[in-house]
Design a protein around this ligand. Structure first.
Ligand code: SAH
Ligand code: SF4
Length: 360
């Protein structure tokens, strides 16, 4: 929801729009009409909602904000991964990534197009390898700003998105209420109508919020950014582990697994000489077995200004084969559009720095 000023119409669930209309003595079916204009016909103002009485359109425009995301840069080509850089109303920058059909992605089959959305401006968690955390944290995204990423990317690309991963900039579980609401809208039959099993939330390990998510009636999927199978490795690269260590994280995952039917994913970026030792693979397999988790290995994407790099292909394959020897379900991502598929947060950081230089 909006912190200041008018609330955004795109932050509301259908029943909340209906309640607002009821309070102004409007007919309840108008709520469906409004949702239809926003998520089906994709208009960009109340004015365009031509089957609503003029007076109501005027009233709504006075009471509600109608968020728009301005696309300021697109990187990549139609057949590869495309990055979209947006400017928000307060001039903050965020990015989304549209990933073409790929069999190795969460919930994706070969013909699915995936969008990777941001949930915050920057990130407070400061993982040592990640571009999103480099510049600190500015603010949470509003519900509408999260959902609008899908609408804007579909509009610009002309493609229908059928898989959503909350793996862009920010820590989704640190913006819990807005992310849960965004998932509800993305999933709703009156909203974006994307199946819950095709929506994946990724977290660096916020144990209390993982438990909270387990208690929500959502069927979306959960990915844990593990990146290390011991506290020693995780402490070195992920400060969050000092707050919620591996034990706390895995027991929150146990709780999640006990409450939900679907499998958890473990994300594991392979970083040379940091987390790619064979011992880590054996321990990772044990954690995965405990939870029935599936492991996604991702070769590290180099970030400008950071010293980390990915291990050799042979070493990546070796890590994968150890997991397979243990019977762990695991894949090694072979990315598409690698040239621009740099880690989330990078495009924004580059643009921000260029603009700062231009302004001085
Ligand atoms: N904050 C959440 C979601 C956003 S990050 C989280 O950490 O899970 C999404 C994924 O991208 C995480 O698994 C993160 O570790 C990974 N990532 C960050 N920087 C990366 C890089 N340079 N190369 C590859 N993956 C990266
Ligand atoms: Fe934040 Fe996730 Fe990046 Fe860590 S990996 S700094 S939690 S966005």
């Amino acid at each position: 929801m909006q912190k200041a000023g008018k609330p955004s119409i795109q932050s509301l669930l259908l029943e909340e729009i209906a309640a607002d209309l009821a309070a102004r003595n409007e007919r309840p079916y108008r709520a469906k009409q409004i949702a239809n204009w926003i998520y089906e016909k994709r208009v960009t103002s109340f004015d365009a909602m031509s089957d609503l009485p003029l007076e109501l359109r005027k009233q709504l425009a006075e009471v509600f904000e109608f968020h728009q995301l301005e696309i300021i840069r697109i990187l990549g080509s139609k057949d590869t991964t495309r990055k979209f850089l947006f400017r928000l109303a307060d001039s903050n920058l965020i990015e989304s990534v549209l990933i073409p059909a790929s069999p190795s992605l969460y919930g994706a089959t070969s013909d699915r197009r995936t969008i990777c959305v941001s949930t915050q401006v920057g990130c407070a968690y400061g993982c040592k390898f990640c571009a999103s955390g480099l510049d600190g944290f500015s603010r949470n995204l509003e519900v509408g700003e999260i959902v609008q990423q899908l609408l804007a990317v579909e509009k610009e690309s002309g493609e229908k998105i059928d898989n959503v991963v909350f793996m862009g900039m920010g820590e989704p579980l640190a913006n819990f209420a807005n992310v849960v609401r965004a998932i509800q809208i993305i999933n709703a039959p009156w909203g974006m109508e994307i199946g819950a099993r095709h929506i994946t939330v990724s977290t660096s390990g916020l144990a209390p919020q993982i438990r909270q998510l387990a208690d929500q009636p959502l069927q979306s999927r959960l990915a844990i950014s593990l990146h290390g199978a011991t506290d020693e490795v995780r402490n070195r690269i992920m400060p969050v582990n000092r707050k919620y260590d591996l034990n706390a994280l895995l027991s929150a995952c146990d709780y999640y697994a006990s409450r939900k039917k679907q499998r958890i994913y473990f994300e594991y970026i392979l970083i040379a000489d940091v987390n790619d030792a064979e011992e880590q693979a054996h321990l990772l397999a044990a954690h995965a077995r405990r939870l029935g988790a599936k492991v996604n290995l991702i070769p590290y994407n180099t970030v400008e200004g950071l010293e980390w790099s990915r291990p050799s292909r042979a070493r990546q394959e070796r890590f994968l084969s150890i997991l397979h020897e243990h019977g762990t379900v695991a894949t090694l991502r072979r990315e598409k559009g690698h040239d621009i598929d740099a880690a989330c947060g990078q495009l924004r950081l580059q643009t921000k720095r260029t603009e700062e230089r231009a302004a001085t």
